[in-house]
Design a protein. Sequence first.
Length: 333
Amino acid sequence: MSETTSVIDVCIAGTGSYVPERILTNAELAARVDTSDEWIVTRTGIRERRIAADGEFTSHMASKAAKRALEQAGLAPEDIELIIVATITPDTPTPATACYVQQQLGAVRAVAFDISAACSGFLYAMKISKRLISDGAFTNALIIGAEKLSTVTNWEDRSTCVLFGDGAGAAVLRRSEPGEGSIVATEMGTDGSLTGLLSIPGGGSACPITGSNINEHLHTLNMQGKEVFKVAVNRMREAAEKVIARAGWKPEDIACIIPHQANLRIIDAIADRLAVPNDRVFVNLDKYGNTSAAAVAIALDEANRTGAFKRGDHIVLVVFGAGLTWAAAAVRW
Ligand code: ACO
């Protein structure tokens, strides 16, 4: 599913992020399960991740990231008409985490709902909001990727527990004025035949968690990492290539690629296939691990605030996650 043109251009007017204070290092994990800092760094690039406090929910992290994005955009909560939270770890199955965020921010005019597209959720939310703004339905939107993956991690499974972390990232989208940036092209895709490669099998209507099955860890993330890895590289490359081509750009025109932060080897493979030098690819997974829907949003905010690109630059965001799902966006900043 793709789009290149719209009546009203939409820009990213502000970004924000938040990660919890608690740092969990590879060395600490190596004391719990049969792993090592060397294995984790070599196979993934991850050195540490953040873990939310017990009373700190997905909505709390989302609201903190959102406040920073609003501040940068120069907008008040009452200016926001749409809030979309992308998450696989909502505060509650219902109501949506976006409703808690609306209340926490005081964004009283906003329509609020969640989407579930795992690591791809933030870019799914970007495309949905862009379309709703460019169609004239809304003027200002807040999109947020937020996760408390520590609650759905099997801390006894070394093949997954070393990968995930908690955090939130947000962006304010609004109609762009002449001379401002715009979301130039977007791409989304899904392959439902591969649902089994990466899932939380329990806790839904197919397999409610009961007293007797709770010890089977059905409520935690299960992943066939090697198979996911291969599909991730191909789909992310294809999605990025599509938005770059639709935007009419060449690899040398791109100032910064901001990929999903799951594995440094995946990121390196994509940079290589897109012929974009590694110093133009933003990486922060060493500090936060894979925070699913939050990952690309946190990376976008850090890249923005550390000057990885400037006004007028061409940037490409590209993601991949459970579903399997993938998405990309070409943005003129
Ligand atoms: N420490 C030490 N050894 C380990 C660990 C660990 N933490 N985990 C696995 N191993 C062992 C395995 O048991 C295996 O041992 P064996 O050869 O004796 O059987 C060996 O290391 C190799 O295991 P692989 O799974 O083949 O390792 P691989 O190189 O594929 O790396 C990883 C695993 C990091 C998970 C990688 O496959 C990956 O990153 N996959 C993609 C993840 C991803 O992108 N997910 C998408 C988004 S997530 C979301 O949507 C929520």
